[in-house]
Design a binder for this molecule. Structure first.
Ligand code: BDR
Ligand code: CA
Length: 312
């Protein structure tokens, strides 16, 4: 069982990813959720993180993270995630508040408190600003981080520009810091995550369900389907992929690579560079990129988890 911190910007698919994690307590020991600006402003995504933790009946702390990417202005993705970040679906307000420390300090605290010999896994489903700051301010935490699994990037092509995927494009400099940190990274990019999508009829069925979590996830996904994804007929649940990779690695094709990102101001800013030339790989190089996924089994496991959580 892994000890996990989820760093996220909920976000329709972040919210569904957290539901998947919450449905699998045997695989994930969720220590905290940290928020970071991305899909919406830091105020909105932090509010959403608190409300989701309470909706899913997780008793875990939430810490508020970075308000802007390292160098550039944030560009919220309201078309895809709605003005409230959750596809304009309303959920009850949590009575809880964020912890006193900001995300970077709270992550550092949790990592320092780990029992001797234990490590943490970071699952990042948003721009990597918090994680980059953590690694720069407290480099000593690196040896206590087992792995960073992140949703971001692409080998073939982007979604926010022809070259770049949203989470990396928002803060390429932070992504570079993470890629070059020496910590093992699993890059769950669009090549795999776009295969991990719910169909319009699956979403419709969830919306009609009596199961409270299925209805909630269906309504959110329905928003993205109708707005951001209207030409595709399905809706990728990108952010569930890093969690699914841990519970069901057999669903994915993973390839070893040296990772970098284009940080200059050009048409390919934010493009991930995945170097597959084997002679570039050090003995110690453990980064991998997900190249493909079994979409049908992803759907099956995700839907099952969502209904299970709603029955708890
Ligand atoms: C990523 O960008 C965000 O809009 C989603 O939440 C996901 O993390 C997909 O490119
Ligand atoms: Ca996200």
């Amino acid at each position: 069982k892994r000890k996990i911190i989820m760093d996220c910007d909920p976000g329709v698919d972040d919210a569904i990813a957290l539901a998947y994690a919450a449905a699998h307590p045997e695989a994930f020991e969720l220590l905290a959720v940290t928020s970071v600006t991305g899909n919406q402003t830091i105020d909105k995504v932090t509010r959403n993180a608190l409300d989701l933790v309470s909706l899913y009946r997780l008793s875990i702390p939430v810490a508020r993270g970075a308000e802007t990417p390292l160098l550039r202005d944030p560009q919220p993705a309201s078309d895809y995630h709605g003005a409230n970040g959750l596809g304009n679906v309303e959920i009850p307000r949590s009575q809880e508040d964020v912890v006193e420390e900001s995300a970077v300090f709270f992550m550092k605290k949790l990592i320092s408190e780990l029992p001797e010999g234990e490590k943490i896994t970071l699952i990042c489903t948003a721009p990597l600003t918090n994680v980059a700051l953590l690694l720069k301010v407290f480099p000593e935490v690196k040896e206590k981080i087992q792995e960073i699994l992140l949703m971001g990037g692409a080998v073939a092509g982007g979604n926010v520009t022809a070259s770049a995927e949203f989470n990396i494009y928002e803060d390429p400099e932070s992504a570079r810091i993470v890629f070059r940190s020496g910590i093992p990274v699993v890059m769950c990019g669009l090549d795999a995550t776009e295969k991990c999508a719910l169909t319009a009829s699956q979403v419709e069925k969830m919306c009609q369900s009596n199961n409270r979590i299925a209805r909630f996830c269906g309504n959110m996904a329905g928003y993205s389907l109708a707005n951001g994804n209207k030409y595709r007929g399905n809706v990728s649940i990108h952010d569930a992929v890093p969690f699914m990779y841990l519970t069901h690695p057999e669903l994915f094709v993973a390839k070893k690579a040296v990772l970098d990102v284009e940080c200059s101001d050009c048409a390919s800013r934010g493009r991930t560079i995945c170097d597959f030339r084997w002679w570039q790989h050090e003995e110690s190089e453990e980064n991998v990129v997900l190249m493909d996924a079994d979409g049908a089994r992803f759907q099956e496991y995700l839907i099952e988890a969502i209904y299970e959580l709603g029955e708890k």
